[in-house]
Ligand binder design. Structure first.
Ligand code: ADP
Ligand code: ZN
Ligand code: ZN
Length: 811
């Protein structure tokens, strides 16, 4: 065994750490080990085993958590690529890639020191009864702790505190006095969830009716059944224990098996024939997959053109060839109904990874994939790291969705990681969307990706007609600010009479987004952020949508005490109320983050619409994504252009995508659909092209703008943000970095800033930023590396300088 072992640890430092390998331990590259780090124990991933003696003294490994690698060579390389590309510590990257946190149990213990022994000894000499009388209560407890530790040796914190009735602060005080020592006892724990099973041993002897039923059930199931399944039979619980006592049945603990759905894969995939465009697209994907070389493909299909069917068919072919595929979907797409469909299609070979899983469930799924039991993986962002072997196909649905970007360290973009992983695996990557990102469409136009187009909806259903309502004119004609224009009201009325369904989008939740004092002009801002608080009427709270901070609804102005408080603007909660007032007979539902807590809520609302239990569904962008509800013939858009006012170069692209997506919800059934689009920017090209369903037109215009302004896809971009909860510190640090940028040569890189971030204060931090753009990704990467090194030199903590490569938000 080599003498040393390099370990990537989840700490904000861009290096690996070298440890000595003691005799008897057998670490492996790509497996986890437990190591001492500062005062704690950490689990990290072994990146190298070697005999190169480091200059500094090394500590010993504490233990080996995985006898075999959890990362194969490809995933290690992928992790290193991410660390390098996004400038993230490789240990943090590995931790993100491996959802096995549940297998590592944090624990702390204490032992008595020599000094503590001495104190105990001295106290003992003065007589134990005297000790308890003379000493104040705290000291008495201290000796109880010493007594206990002297007798028991190393003891876990919980046991010690319970036995000696010692508060945490007291133990900390004793550590400071060096009477006791604190140690991290964290260790691996068995990840497998255990279940009780009953096993049939013998069927001898006389049985009563209940006992007979149990035995029969066991025999019919092959002799082994989980106990909770038996308990759901209509038999007294004691029956099983009686049988166990008589030795007819054994009750054992076993690792839980993944719930067997009992559903067999469907013999036929779909109950429709693919249209020629679908067939052509599927065929080219399959040809490339069979070619076993890397290929990038962009599937651009308008809303309702049948992209999902292609993904599933391509995955089934991969499954039949005995290889693996990963399908990434945005969070909101993974409803329980979708999961059920996937089980139908792939039976037990599918693993579904979504944010609703507990740590343990996630670990279980990970192990199923790693063992090779599930080769079809469907999941959100982090599923891109699923440990499949023989990856043949990677699919990214709604590839433009911002939820693929992780907004914390490591700030990776799952779509781009998917492309890189496919490259490393000689696999095919398919990016799908009705509204591809400019970056991906640009790559396709430059022939880096093969472009597959589905220009028509299935069964030649028409795209909905879009009518634009100019809300400035509406204001002039009606003399007041309208939320719902006269035209939209008429159209809704008409659908309700015809018993058709309506969706109304307002991309802002809550009741009123602004609370203003008319006397002094102050708006109510969050305590932690430079953001107006939103009024939520039903919960009687003011809420910050950025940090979650809430306060009671003010009755008087906090600034001047005036009672002239006004609630301005409209959110989805108020829109729902308004619509109730206008159409009292209509059944109205609402879909936003206040009404939807989990995947089930989301699905329940959509089902209600699908089953015709709702006439009208109001909601934020949640209602725009991918749902296929045939009864909706009208989509009203009352607020989707707010983003156009934001200082973000992707504002037009996002607005175009949102409008196209929501318009795509109309007319997916037999009756053609219509969209009424209210806007204050009727002439804006994002609005105009969305209304004409003209992706190519929008794309050309937007690309020209990006080219003039040197924005992606014409340059690589990074946002460097400096933050501190002290304003002067944030200012000073951004000044220090700003000077450095002025002094350093960085040819071919544009640096904008320092400037206050559009949201100056967020979650208690003041924020200043730089935007860096360059045609050369390498140069940009080098410059970012030097600025981080300089920041460290200047003692600016690594956690306060955020480098966001390919930033999705510049706010
Ligand atoms: P997209 O993802 O492109 O918006 P979907 O794949 O969800 O579209 O397809 C929309 C609907 O059309 C789904 O209900 C799907 O089952 C159905 N569908 C897909 N392809 C066909 C086809 N060739 N003929 C009829 N229906 C189809
Ligand atoms: Zn006031
Ligand atoms: Zn806030």
């Amino acid at each position: 065994m080599p003498e040393f072992c390099d370990v990537a640890l989840p700490v904000p430092l861009d290096i690996v750490f070298t440890y000595s390998v003691p005799d008897g331990l057998l670490p492996v590259v790509g497996g986890r080990v437990l190591v001492p780090f500062r005062q704690q124990r950490l689990s990290g991933v072994v990146t190298d085993l070697h005999d190169r003696k480091p200059k500094v003294a090394t500590k010993n490994l504490i233990g080996v958590l995985d006898p075999a690698p959890v990362f194969d060579e490809q995933l290690i390389r992928l992790g290193q690529w991410i660390a390098n590309y996004y400038l993230a510590p490789v240990g943090e990257v590995f931790r993100t890639m491996l959802p096995l946190g549940a297998e590592f149990k944090r624990a702390v213990g204490y032992r008595i020191t020599d000094k503590g022994q001495m104190a105990l000894h001295l106290a003992g000499m003065s007589g134990s009864s005297a000790r308890s009388q003379k000493t104040p209560e705290d000291q008495f407890v201290e000796f109880r702790v010493l007594d206990y530790l002297a007798e028991r040796g190393m003891t876990r914190e919980e046991s010690l505190r319970a036995a000696a009735r010692a508060p945490k602060a007291l133990l900390a005080g004793m550590v400071r006095k060096k009477w006791i020592a604190r140690e991290d006892l964290s260790e691996a724990r068995d990840a497998a969830r255990m279940v009780k099973v009953a096993v049939l041993k013998s069927v001898e002897g006389r049985l009563n009716a209940n006992q007979q039923t149990l035995i029969d059930t066991l025999a019919a199931a092959g002799g082994k059944v989980p106990v909770d399944v038996l308990q759901s039979l209509e038999i007294p619980r004691t029956t099983l224990s009686t049988l166990a006592k008589r030795g007819l049945v054994d009750i054992l603990q076993e690792p839980a098996q993944f719930a067997v759905s009992g559903l067999k894969p469907r013999p036929r995939l779909f109950d429709f024939q693919f249209n020629p465009a679908q067939q052509a697209a599927l065929q080219s994907v399959q040809e490339r997959v069979n070619g076993r070389n890397f290929a990038g493909m962009l599937l651009h299909g308008i809303t309702g053109s049948g992209k999902t069917a292609i993904y599933l068919a391509a995955m089934r072919a991969v499954l039949e060839a005995g290889r693996s595929a990963i399908l990434l979907v945005p969070e909101i797409g993974l409803t329980p109904a979708v999961a059920a469909d996937l089980h139908q299609l792939f039976g037990e070979e599918v693993a579904i990874l979504h944010s609703g899983l507990s740590d343990k469930e996630r670990a279980e799924q990970w192990h199923r994939i790693k063992r090779g039991d599930a080769g079809m993986v469907v999941g959100t962002r982090s599923a891109v790291f699923a440990p499949v072997s023989d990856l043949a196909l990677m699919i990214v649905d709604e590839e433009q969705d911002p939820s693929y970007k992780q907004e914390e360290m490591p700030r990776y973009h799952a779509r781009d990681v998917a492309v890189m992983r496919a490259k490393m695996a000689n696999a095919v990557v398919v990016l799908g969307s009705a509204t591809p990102s400019l970056e991906s469409y640009f790559n396709a136009k430059k022939h880096k990706y093969t472009l597959l187009e589905l220009p028509d909806r299935v069964e030649k259903r028409p795209l909905p007609a879009v009518e634009i309502i100019d809300m400035r004119q509406e204001f002039q004609e009606t003399g007041s600010e309208q939320v719902i224009s006269r035209r939209l009201a008429e159209e809704i009325e008409e659908r309700l009479e015809r018993k058709e369904q309506v969706m109304v989008l307002l991309n802002r939740r809550g009741y009123s987004p602004v609370v203003l004092c008319r006397a002094c002009g102050k708006t109510l801002e969050c305590n932690n952020c430079a953001i107006a608080m939103t009024h939520h009427k039903r919960s009687h709270r003011m809420e910050c949508h950025y940090c979650g901070y809430t306060t009671p609804v003010p009755k008087v102005c906090g600034q001047c005490g005036s009672e002239y408080i006004y609630f301005l603007g409209t959110g989805s909660e108020k829109l729902e109320e308004l619509l109730h007032g206008m159409f009292p007979q209509a059944r109205i539902g609402r879909l936003d983050r206040d009404t939807v807590r989990g995947r089930e809520d989301f699905e329940r609302a959509l089902n209600a619409l699908d089953e015709g239990e709702l006439d009208l569904l109001v909601g934020t962008q949640m209602i725009a994504k991918g749902h296929d509800i045939h009864g909706v013939t009208l989509v009203g858009v009352v607020g989707a252009d707010m983003a156009l006012g934001l200082p973000d170069f992707r504002a037009a692209e996002r607005t175009f995508q949102l409008l196209t997506q929501v318009a795509g919800r109309a007319g997916r059934g037999q009756t053609p659909g219509k969209v009424v689009l209210q806007t204050y920017f009727p002439d804006h090209y994002a609005v105009q092209y969305a209304a004409q369903h003209d992706f190519a037109g929008f794309y050309d215009k937007e690309l020209r703008f990006r080219s003039w302004m040197h924005y992606p896809p014409y340059s690589a971009l990074a946002n460097v943000l400096v933050r501190s909860n002290k304003l002067d510190e944030a200012l000073r640090w951004s000044g220090v970095l700003g000077k450095w940028f002025e002094k350093t040569r960085h040819e071919g890189i544009r640096v904008l800033g320092p400037a206050a971030a559009p949201i100056l204060r967020l979650k208690q931090d003041y924020r200043y930023h730089f935007v860096l753009k360059s045609a050369s990704r390498e140069k940009l990467n080098v410059l970012l590396r030097s600025i981080l090194a300089y920041a460290t030199e200047q003692k600016i903590p690594r956690t306060q300088v955020i480098v966001d490569v390919d930033a999705v938000w510049l706010m």
